[in-house]
Design a protein around this ligand. Structure first.
Ligand SMILES: *Cc1c(COP(=O)(O)O)cnc(C)c1O
Length: 353
């Protein structure tokens, strides 16, 4: 007998690199290239440092209220966490306890199987079709302990229409269906309107991408009051003060500047559409991304080679050495200048072949 026999062993999730060198073009973790809303700076400037000795509001009231108002829900329908990763982990812990396998796509956010393993939840991966689409029928009539889908999906960027999401939720009313909408603000349909009709739905979003606040760690979820109540019971059995004072103030401030939010989302969508054209001309193919990244494969040069070539030149994109996607690069949409620099390097390199 060794102390190691009592260890909960897990294979952890590996986040994208955060290089320390200056001058890097960082297109590898889907961060927003623009700063947070100006009101966020003011809110942080107004924080009183002497208040940091006090615990924050355990109910995160300021942020919950701002979210409820912005999205037209009751405060009891809102849950917040330390990034949506924290929200999703809490949701797995709270809702996936039947012992039956939960379902998610074979290609999706690679944290889902990590949480499932961490919490000892069995799971089954459902194959996306050859152009990376989810088919709602695949999630009907299949015994399961819950479902999680990212919509739009990551790292493919492909969005599922609301009518298809509804089919999945309605065919699985006896389990909780989690829809992870980390990228929804970049042009997909949110499942939020379905909350009125379905008790078994949890919609999860984040401030990390569309609100340019990955460094603040703010995620949130919406569901019916009973479902959110169960999530809060687990949350308060784990950590009473997940959200710190700066995050509460900054998050609430971000929601007040809607014009800025829309402006940066529109700008990223515009850049994305232009870069799609240019990548197409260079021999890349990709599904129709509704996110702030493009998941692209080149017609003749292996993704790994392009990934390494770009990295050598200080341009970081994401490459996954995994079945079915090991010839794809996930390229975050940065500023126009960053994308032009990347396109220039690609043009020179591919032109030489
Ligand atoms: C980025 C991302 C998240 C987590 O983001 P947080 O920074 O923890 O809010 C969750 N799901 C998907 C699909 C993501 O891409």
């Amino acid at each position: 007998m060794s102390w190691e026999d009592g260890v909960r062993r897990v294979v952890p999730y590996v986040p994208g690199e955060q290089p320390k060198q200056a001058g890097i073009i960082k297109l590898n973790t889907n961060e927003n290239p623009y700063p947070p809303a100006p009101g966020v700076k003011r809110a942080l400037d107004e924080l009183r440092y002497e208040e940091m000795r006090l615990y924050p509001d355990p109910d995160s009231g300021e942020l919950v209220k701002a979210l409820a108002e912005y999205y037209g829900l009751s405060e009891k329908q809102v849950f917040v966490g330390v990034g949506s990763d924290d929200v999703l982990a809490m949701a797995f812990l709270t809702f996936f306890n039947t012992g039956k396998p939960i379902l998610f796509p074979d290609i999706t956010y690679s944290f889902y199987d990590v949480w499932a393993d961490l919490f000892r939840i069995p799971y089954e991966r459902i194959r996306l079709d050859d152009v990376f689409r989810i088919h709602a029928e695949d999630y009907a009539g299949r015994e399961n302990g819950g479902i999680v889908i990212a919509n739009p999906n990551a790292p493919t960027g492909v969005a599922l229409p609301l009518s298809e999401v509804e089919k999945i939720v309605s065919a699985n009313r006896d389990v909780v269906v989690i829809v992870d909408e980390a990228y929804v603000d970049f042009g997909a349909e949110s499942a939020l309107p379905l909350l009125k009709k379905y008790e078994n739905l949890l919609v999860v979003q984040t401030f990390s991408k569309s609100r340019a606040m990955a460094g603040m760690r703010i995620g949130f979820a919406f569901g019916n009051e009973k479902l959110i109540g169960y999530l809060l019971d687990c949350r308060f059995s784990f950590n009473s003060y997940p959200m710190n004072r700066p995050a509460l103030a900054a998050g609430a401030a971000a929601l007040k500047d809607d014009a800025y939010f829309r402006e940066i989302c529109d700008k990223i969508i515009e850049t994305r559409e232009r870069v799609k054209q240019e990548l197409g001309a260079l021999g890349f193919t990709f599904a129709d991304s509704r996110t702030n990244f493009i998941f692209a494969a080149h017609e003749s040069v292996p993704a790994k080679e392009i990934f390494e070539m770009l990295k050598e030149r200080g341009i970081y994109v994401r490459y996954f050495e995994k079945p079915r996607i090991d010839n794809y690069l996930r390229i975050t949409v940065g500023t126009d200048e960053e994308m032009d620099e990347m396109l220039k390097v690609l043009r020179e390199y591919l032109g030489k072949m």
